[in-house]
Design a protein around this ligand. Sequence first.
Ligand code: MN3
Length: 201
Amino acid sequence: MFELPKLPYELNALEPHIDAKTMEIHHGKHHQAYINNLNNAIKGTAAEGMTLLEMMGSMSKFTPAIRNNGGGHFNHSLFWTIMGPNAGGEPTGALKDAIVATFGSFDAFKEQFASAGATRFGSGWAWLIVHDHKLVITSTPNQDNPLMDIAEVKGTPILGLDVWEHAYYLHYQNRRPDYIGAFWNVVNWNKVSELFAEATK
Ligand code: MN3
């Protein structure tokens, strides 16, 4: 049975960029619902007993309920960890070098990532992934992610941004680009760098 991971910081830790009420509902209600639905959906199927990672890689074999809720659980579990208080700024070291080498500059990277999030129609996620030791920006619909065998662009996510309205509507209403702009103030680059190091080992 999957369980809701504890937030690694207080609900109000990301204010003013992401407000406590949004965090409370997003983590406590939305994420919890994905987990409850996933636990029900896998009962008696080949997905029961698999790790989340194994499940992502075999997603083409499973039902839409497992795809949506398994993706929802994986994506949110990652999302909480790549944000934090006293964060933002720029990455350093190998990740910074790889971003500059791939996208030209950190600002150019931010622009391309923000565009992936802003232009994702409806609900979905923007991603920075590692594919074949290279950085790639992509986006997915709904709760899909680049680890799923059904993803158009595959790789290991090291940064993800939830652009579902439930992630920002209370505070930003329809202003998705403002939410994306504020996101840069809460990115935990230390965590993203760790994920980058693991994915490029
Ligand atoms: Mn969400």
